[in-house]
Write a protein that binds this ligand. Structure first.
Ligand code: NAD
Length: 340
């Protein structure tokens, strides 16, 4: 079988990770085109990844390059339109989260995806491809911890990434803390429980970084959720983890509990020094989810090769965004929000 020819749009913080993986780590795929607004990023693609064709216009890339698929890693506000254009062009689509920034545009995008059943669509909820999350999911599905009662999730970006986040938020709307960060945890809540979120109460506080006020972003947010079967979820999201990249999940059931990355460990090394016993922590998303980013794209390519659809669907993207938007509304109005 010929290699799947992929074009990527966006070569920023995450785009570079996906571009590198497609060109080096995904059997059966090759990166033949790249699109970015930044000339230095396009030079990187040409010189370091040997990408044949580079573009500053997405429409030109999908029109002129002989592609089988696109990988969309542009800012969140562009996803829905870029998914639609690629689908209409007959291409398979991998898109980063979120699917879009409002429900109408996501629903319109899903209509177009549904008209193309022979094209693969996959959304970038990479945590589902992380070994620890996969292991935990199997345990939950096998009934090891009984019926779920509470899910607690932390998703906190490192303070060291704040400067680049502020740049990102200034350049383009991130969708806010819940659509940008908690969306992964919302997906985990739906994935582990198999249930939808019915109502949310969320709040937020900015304390350490006034620059986040200027870009209308939250530094820390908390959301309390009730699922359709009365299971409860508590989400903490933030941009100010001094110690590194803190992603942690706890599942409490009637027969036991599971914790995933209770401490966001970098590896198995413990350092004994003048500070005592030190466990280094993971510092950023490319480090913590390095393998998961590779596995999700392997799955995307395998879906294309085997003519099947991915487990992570556009509907998952829609449902997660509905919850994220409800969280933001709850913060803005100080009300509990019911999700229809
Ligand atoms: P970034 O700001 O670092 O990079 C954005 C890239 O998109 C740049 O290469 C820029 O030139 C390009 N771009 C901007 N507007 C464009 C346009 N109109 N046409 C073509 N290219 C354009 O952003 P990032 O942090 O890499 O985030 C990109 C996306 O990935 C976001 O949607 C974000 O939510 C998502 N993301 C997901 C995860 C995850 O954990 N799965 C982590 C980080 C980012």
């Amino acid at each position: 079988m010929e290699n799947i020819r992929i074009g990527i749009v966006g070569l920023g913080r995450l785009g570079k990770v996906h571009a590198f993986n497609i060109s080096q780590n995904i059997p059966g795929a090759c990166l033949v085109a790249a699109c970015s607004l930044d000339k230095r990023e396009l030079e990187y693609a040409r010189n370091q990844l040997h990408v044949e064709e580079t573009y500053s216009q997405y429409e030109e890339m999908i029109e002129n390059s002989n592609l089988d698929a696109v990988c969309i890693v542009s800012p969140s506000g562009f996803h829905a339109e870029q998914i639609q254009l690629a689908m209409k062009k007959g291409l398979h689509v991998f898109s980063e989260k979120p699917m879009g920034l409002n429900i109408k545009e996501i629903e319109n995008t899903i209509k177009i995806i549904d008209q193309c059943p022979n094209q693969v669509f996959q959304l970038g909820f990479m945590r589902r491809y992380d070994d620890s999350y996969k292991y935990a999911k199997k345990l939950v599905d096998n009934g090891e911890i009984g019926e779920l009662t509470v899910i607690r999730c932390y998703g906190i970006d490192p303070s060291s990434g704040l400067e680049s986040f502020v740049k990102f938020a200034k350049a383009s709307n991130s969708g806010g803390l819940f659509s940008d960060m908690s969306i992964h945890d919302i997906d985990l809540v739906r994935w582990f429980s198999g249930k939808e979120v019915n109502r949310v109460w969320a709040m937020g506080k900015n304390a350490a970084y006034p620059e986040l006020d200027q870009v209308n972003e939250l530094e820390t947010g908390v959301a309390l959720m009730q699922l359709e079967d009365k299971t409860m979820a508590i989400l903490v999201a933030g941009r100010n983890a001094i110690h590194g990249y803190h992603v942690e999940t706890e599942l409490i059931g009637t027969k036991g509990m599971l914790r995933i990355a209770q401490v966001p460990e970098k590896n198995l090394v413990t350092i004994f020094n003048e500070h005592g016993m030190v466990r280094p922590t993971s510092q950023n998303f490319p480090e913590r989810f390095r393998e998961a980013f590779i596995c999700e794209l392997k799955e995307f390519v395998e879906c294309i090769q085997k003519n099947r659809q991915s487990e992570v669907t556009a509907y998952d993207g829609l449902q997660a965004t509905k919850v994220a938007i409800a969280c933001q509304r709850s913060v803005d109005t100080n009300q509990i929000i019911d999700i229809k």
